[in-house]
Design a protein around this ligand. Structure first.
Ligand code: NAI
Length: 330
């Protein structure tokens, strides 16, 4: 099976190497197709994406992506946004659960976030009305709302989840968020076996930090989803433990939620767990459930023991030492 591998910027190369080592040890039969993309590639080539990358993703239908840096300011379009819009990977799935050995405020968090990936304020429709006034357009459509909401309910059914909660601010944004909520309420009726409810984004943030354990599957628009998924990563010990899948009808791109960590790039200190967990999601979705489980169990065992873990979780192991220990336990 051919899968595009985009190591990306910063710690990307180190954590992508970790995935390649684990994949070889698991004997998954994956032929990785490496492609360059990101700010570092731009520096040396003047291009954000290596030629052929988009075609390769289109042909394979699968990619595993490391973090790519997006310098703040004009003229540099986020690669993530570009990939999501090109391949219409409309559902950003982020499972988050507590792990033994990872210090966090709560022990039994088990949440899944479905974030709409293609519209909302992230369409990038912004313009200057005059030199002192900038306008940004929030776009919400029934079609995009329906497909993410349906994806969340289908996931709940397939994975034995009990409840789907819509997250919105329809009390203020009556048309945009109102449309999202109306669509949710209509689709929820098709799934009587799954409990459904809705919560306003600000109230949800308060509830999540007070006690996240009652929540199950959350479905929301792009901006709210971006923010609450990092908030929830914080509830389970940080961004180093948050994998994600960007799912479309023909292409799925798996990635870690964290960024390129420029402060530790090239130092062999990065925690590869999130990208390894994203790889486990890919294996699971490709019918290699046993290998996915072996990988998740090996990661959990190494972290629970706490002897060979990286600095972000209180250890002193390098990326390579952590990876070797995961492989030893596979
Ligand atoms: P960041 O996630 O790169 O780093 C935040 C903090 O977490 C840093 O202290 C970093 O060292 C630490 N950290 C992150 N991942 C880690 C890991 N795997 N192991 C150990 N420590 C880890 O966020 P930041 O600094 O806001 O962004 C840096 C760059 O990454 C920016 O250019 C941003 O645009 C980009 N970015 C890319 C993403 C993607 O491609 N999916 C997602 C988020 C940010």
């Amino acid at each position: 099976m051919q899968i595009v591998l985009i190591p990306g910027d910063g710690i990307g190369k180190e954590i992508a190497a970790s995935v390649k080592d684990v994949s070889a040890a698991l004997d998954c039969g994956i032929d990785w197709l490496p492609y360059e993309a990101g700010a570092e590639y731009y520096e040396k080539s003047g291009k954000l994406l290596q030629d052929g990358l988009m075609d390769a993703i289109r042909e394979c239908g699968l990619a595993l992506k490391g973090p790519t840096a997006t310098p703040i300011g004009t003229g540099f379009r986020s690669i993530n946004v570009q990939l999501r819009q090109t391949f219409q990977t409309y559902a950003n799935l982020r499972p988050l659960h507590s792990m033994a050995g990872v210090k966090s405020r709560y022990e039994n968090v088990d949440l899944v976030i479905f974030r709409e990936n293609t519209e909302d304020l992230y369409r990038g429709i912004e313009y200057m009305c005059d030199s002192d006034t900038a306008h940004g357009i929030k776009m919400i459509t029934r079609k995009a709302s329906a497909r993410i909401i349906r994806a969340a309910f289908e996931y709940a059914v397939a994975n034995g989840r009990k409840r789907v909660t819509a997250v919105h601010k329809a009390n203020i944004m009556k048309l945009t968020d109102g449309l999202f909520l109306e669509t949710f309420n209509q689709i929820a009726k098709e799934y009587p076996q799954i409990a459904s409810d809705s919560v306003i984004i600000d109230a949800l943030c308060m509830k999540l930090v007070t006690d996240p354990t009652p929540f199950d599957v959350l479905v929301t628009e792009n901006l709210y989803g971006d923010i609450i998924s990092d908030l929830c990563a914080g509830l389970v010990g940080g961004l180093g433990f948050a994998p994600s899948a960007n799912i479309g009808d023909t292409v799925t791109i798996y990635e870690a939620v964290h960024g390129s960590a420029p402060d530790i790039a090239g130092m062999n200190k990065a925690n590869p767990t999130a990208l390894l967990m994203a790889f486990a999601m890919l294996l699971n979705d490709q019918g290699m459930k046993d290998k996915a489980e072996r990988l998740n169990n090996a990661i959990a065992a190494v972290i629970a023991e706490g002897k060979t873990v990286t600095a972000d979780i209180g250890g002193s192991a390098s990326t390579q030492e952590f990876t070797a220990e995961v492989i030893r336990r596979l």
